[in-house]
Design a protein around this ligand. Sequence first.
Ligand code: T68
Length: 842
Amino acid sequence: SVEASIPEPQRAAWKKFQANGFISQEDFEREVVRHVETTLARSMFNCDETAAYAAASLAFRDRLITEWNRTQQRQTFADGKRVYYLSLEFLMGRALDNAMLNVGLKDVAKNGLSDLGFRIEDIIDQEHDAALGNGGLGRLAACFLDSLASLNYPAWGYGLRYRYGIFKQEIVDGYQVEVPDYWLDFNPWEFPRHDVVVDIQFYGNVRKYQDEVGKQIAVWEGGEIVKAVAYDVPIPGFDTPTTNNLRLWSSKAASGEFDFQKFNSGDYESSVADQQRAETISAVLYPNDNLERGKELRLKQQYFWVAASLYDIVRRFKKTKRAWAEFPEQVAIQLNDTHPTLAVVELQRILIDLEGLEWDEAWTIVTKTFGYTNHTVLPEALEKWSVPLMQNLLPRHLQIIYEVNLYFLQSVERKFPKERELLSRVSIIEESQPKMVRMAYLAIVGSHKVNGVAELHSDLIKTTIFKDFVKIFGPDKFTNVTNGITPRRWLHQANPRLSELIASKTGGIGFLKDLNLLNELEKYVDDKEFKKEWAEIKYANKVRLAKHIKTTTGVTVNPAALFDIQVKRIHEYKRQQMNIFGVIHRYLTIKAMTPEERKKLAPRVSIFGGKAAPGYWMAKTIIHLINNVGAVVNKDKDVGDLLKVIFLEDYNVSKAEIIVPASDVSEHISTAGTEASGTSNMKFVLNGGLIIGTCDGANIEITREIGENNIFLFGNLAEDVEDLRHAHTYGSHTLDPDLVKVFEEIKKGTFGDATAFGALTGAIEDHGDYYLVSDDFHSYIQTQALVDEAYKNQDEWISKTIMSVARMGFFSSDRCINEYAESIWNVEPLSPKKETAPGLLM
Ligand code: T68
C-alpha cells in the first residue's frame, strides 16, 4: 500500500495527528474563529461579512483537502484508468454553497454562522464567481466535474488559471460596458503547487539528424521557455468522500521574478517586460463564444496549457512503470471542443521524439487515448490556425501535423483511389492563402471517438461538416452524448424549497443522485395540496427575482405577472432580436387594445440577460435596443403592469441561480440547426418553468421526454433552413407584415435614435435574413399568444410543470457522464469504502 513506504514509528505519528475536518457545529465554529483570529489576523470586533466568508470557506477548504488527499491516495493505490477532461473553460460559479451542500454540512454551517452573528445567505453572497468561461461550453465542463466526483470516477480537469475571467458587464445609458474581472484578490479555493512546475517551450527551430543506427532524430531547439505553475482546486462529490482535482496552470517567467543578468547590467525595463510577457499567457480569458479569431496569444494559451497537462499526465503514467502500449488502458483524455487539439500532436511528439517510439506504435497509442467533443456547426466558430503562425510558434508540431496528414491522406487515397476532390476536402491543411490547419479535422483523425452534444446536432455533424469523415472512418466513430446538468447546483442549491418538497414525496434526497426518481412526482399532478405548495414555491422564487430586479434596475415588477425569461450569451443565432421585436409587437398590440381587451391579457415581464462579445457590434446593438425599449415601455402609464421589459446586468452563474427558478416561460429560440444543444433549457424545465422554443438542439429531446403538450414549439425545421436562405438570396424576399410594423415603429424613433438600429433591421430587410427572423416571426407571435392563453388556466399550467419536472431525469449530467465513461472512456468508478464517508447529515 501507499503507507508501506513509510517506516512504522513515523506512520503512527502521522496517523495520530492527521487532519480530519469538523463534523459538529461546535468544531465548525472553532475552526471559523481560529481562521478569523490566526489566518486572517482579525478578531470578533472587526470580523465583517467578508472576513466571515473567508473564515467559513477556509474551514470548508481544510475539510475538502483532507478528503482530496485520501481520494488521490486511493486512486493511486487502485492503479486504474483515469479520465482527464481538457477544457479551456470551467465556468464554476461560487464554491462555498456547493461545498457545504455536497459534503452535507450546510445546516451545521448555517447554525454555526448564526451563533457567531451572521446570516448564511449574506456570507454566501460575499463570494466572487469563478467565471473562467464564456457560456454553455464552460458551464458544461463544470457540471461534468461535479458528476465525475459524485459518481466516484477517478478524474482530473485541466485548464488555465486566468487572472481575468469573463468581463463584468455594466449597462451605461443602455450600452454594454466591459469592466475587468479581477477575481483572484482572495481565492481560498485554490492551492498553489509551487513544486509542480513545468517548462514550456515556444518558437526556436528543429534540427534533424540520423543516429548511429540510421534512425531519423528531430530535436526542437532554442526559442524561449515559460514556466507553468499548477494551482489545484478541490472538487467535492455530492454525498461521497470522493474529492477530485481541477488543475489550473498559471504562467510565469522562466528566469523568476527578474532576469538578474539583465537587471544588473542596467537593462531593468526589458527584464520586467520579459516577465510580463510570460505572465500574459494566462492573463485573460478570450471573451468570444462561438467565434474563433486566430490570435497568436490564443494559440500560445492552448499550447501552454496542453503541454503542461500532458507532461503531468505522462509523468503520472511513467510512475507506474508500465509499457507504453498500456497507456490507453490507464489514460483517457477528452478534448472539450478543438481548443486542446494540440494535445494529440504533443503526445505524438513526446512518444517519438522524447521516448523513442516508432511512429505507428505511437500513433496507435495516441488515437486510442483521445476522444473529441464537437460543440458547434457554425462555420465562424470552427478553429483554423495559419500555417506560418504555427511554423513560427511550434515548428516541430507543424512537422508532425504534416506527417499525420500525409499518412491520413495516403490511407484515404488507398481506400478511395478515384476520388481526387475528397483528398483536398478532408486534408488537415487547407490550401488557402495563407494555408490553414483545420483543427476539427486534426481532432477527428487523432481520436477514436467523436461526439456531438444532442441528437439533432450529432446527426447534423455526420451529414454536413464531417460527412466525408463518416465515409472514411465508418459511422461507429461518430456518436452522440446528449448534454446534461448537475441537479445538485441547478435544483438543490438554486431552489432549496423545491428540492425539499420533491424530497418529501420521492423518499428523501436520493433523486439528487438518481434523477429518474423524479418520476414519482407524476402521482401528484392532480394532488391539490401538493400543487398549492408547488405554486407557492414558484411565487416565492419570483418574489426573490422581483427584489433583485428592483435593487439592480429600480423597476418594480409584479410577481403575479407571467415571467418570460431569455438569459444566455447574446448572439444573432440565438435570436434575442426576435424576442425584442416580439416585445415591441406586444407593446403596439396593447396600445391598440380596448380596456375590455386589456383585462383579458395576462400581465407579462420580459426579462433579458447576457453578455455580448466586446467586438460583436450586432450583439451590442441588440442589448442597446432591449434597454431602449425597456426605458419607453416601463414608464408608459397607459401600459402599466401589462408589460415590463427588463435587462439584467452581468448575467453569470450565481445570478442564474436566482433567475432560473423564477421563470414561468423561458425562451430557447435559435434558428433551427444552429444551437448544438443548449443546457439552460434543461435548467429552466427542471425548476418548474415551461419553455417556448424552436426544434433545435436538446429542445427536441426535452419534448420527447416531457411530452409535446408541455412545451411551446414553433418555427421552421432545420431541414428547411438551407432552402429558405437560398430563397432569400435568389427569390423575392417579402417580410412578415407584423415585423414590418415593428420596424416602422423603430424607424419612427419611438425607441430613440433609429439610426442606431439600422444594422439590426437591415440584416433582415437587406442582407438576406440569415437567421430567418422574418420566416419564424408569425409562428413565434402566435405561439406567444398560446402561452398567454395557457397561463390563464393556472391549474393546468401547474400540472404541466409538475409533469415536466417528473420527466426530466434523463438530463442529469450523471447520465451523461456514465455514457461517456461507458462508450468513450472505458473507465469504472472507484467507490470509497462506506465507513470513510464524512458526516453527512441526511
Ligand atoms: C455551447 N458552445 C453551444 N461555445 O453553443 C451550446 N466557443 O449549444 C451547448 O449546449 C454548449 O456549448 C455545451 O455543449 C459554447 O458555449 C463557447 O463558449 C466557445 C468558446 C470559445 C470558442 C468557441
